[in-house]
Write a protein that binds this ligand. Structure first.
Ligand code: MLT
Length: 335
């Protein structure tokens, strides 16, 4: 196992001299993701690896490739459709261009707490899977959550909507994020996740939005000064398996993968909540200033919520958007 991890860390795909344990499995499953090894995404991946290997009695062997080693999240999602990569954890915003229906998890200000997002995701998993399997050839075996995406900036703090003016903010390349920032008065810069740290470092962009834990794992505190808790969207992500790969598995192994996915997601959600609290303190110690929510948060909400209907075409059509909202509202009404 340790040997495999070293291979993944080195970006090596296969070697002729691996231990027999590596080759005793009937199925090999590469699991790609875009975060560093101290991010909750990777902890979910490690848990999934452990559980898949356990529940499949070693018949499936999982190897994790963190930090975009197999390609950017959107490239990897494309490869899963072809079945050339077996699994990945992908931020919903990076999947939406391929699987629009997943965008219902991204409607701005849809959730006010992690508990709401968990209930909504659990209720939505089955109908969502039907849609993304046909849209992108992938199925979600676990739905992950890492807390709110918060806005980090360098030099200029963002305390009000007016403070956004003139800031070059990177967003994930999807229309929901792009149009939301436009509603707030600026043209954001869509950019692949793999390029964000160097773009911040070189001043190509002034800021970005991602969860607190990512500000730690991606070392954003080295190049960013302020954090505004804009609360507009949770980081939700999908633990995906290529449908082509999944259909090659015997039923018992499909069940093992499904069970491992659900349990890895439960584990990650709880862990993320804990790590988010710790990250806030750590970021202050590392010199960042946490500004809390914008002073005029109601204005941000009003502008972003007003454009929900404009998103319907980008998230699988009005009928699905309204049906998904109904399912989610029902699930979160007591949370
Ligand atoms: C992004 O901003 O592209 C994602 O949130 C990165 C990630 O997957 O953690």
């Amino acid at each position: 196992m340790a040997f495999k991890k070293i291979m993944a860390g080195m970006g090596v795909c296969s070697l002729g001299l691996a231990s027999s344990a590596v080759f005793s499995a009937e199925f090999n499953m590469r699991l790609s993701h875009g975060d560093n090894e101290n991010n909750p995404t990777n902890y979910a991946a490690v848990k999934f690896e452990e559980l898949v290997e356990k529940y499949s009695d070693g018949r499936i062997d999982v190897t994790i490739y963190p930090s975009n080693q197999l390609g950017d999240e959107q490239e990897v999602a494309q490869s899963m459709r072809m079945g050339t990569i077996e699994s990945a954890i992908v931020y919903t915003g990076n999947l939406v261009p391929l699987a629009p229906s997943a965008g219902v998890l991204m409607l701005p200000y849809a959730f006010t707490s992690s508990e709401q997002a968990w209930a909504a995701m659990d209720a939505l998993q089955e109908p969502l899977n039907e849609r993304i399997t046909s849209e992108a050839g992938v199925r979600a075996v676990g739905l992950l959550e890492k807390g709110f995406r918060v806005l980090t900036t360098a030099e200029e703090p963002v305390r009000t909507l007016d403070d956004l003016e003139g800031q070059k903010i990177r967003v994930s390349p999807n229309n929901i994020a792009i149009e939301t920032f436009k509603a707030w008065g600026i043209d954001p810069i869509p950019m692949a996740w793999a390029e964000v740290f160097s773009a911040l470092q070189q001043g190509v962009i002034d800021g970005q939005e991602n969860p607190y834990t990512t500000a730690i794992s991606s070392n954003f505190y080295e190049v960013q000064d302020y954090i505004t808790e804009i609360h507009y969207m949770m980081w939700t992500g999908l633990l995906l398996v290529s449908e082509r790969f999944y259909q090659r598995l015997p039923e018992a192994l499909q069940n093992a993968v499904d069970r491992a996915g659900r349990e890895a997601a439960d584990y990650e959600r709880e862990l993320s909540a804990k790590l988010t609290k710790e990250a806030k303190n750590e970021l202050v110690d590392l010199g960042m200033e946490l500004l809390g929510p914008p002073e005029d948060e109601a204005k941000w909400q009003e502008k972003a919520k007003a454009i929900w209907p404009d998103f319907y075409a980008d998230i699988g059509g009005k009928e699905w958007a309204l049906e998904a909202q109904r399912i989610m509202d029902e699930a979160i009404k007591n949370k």
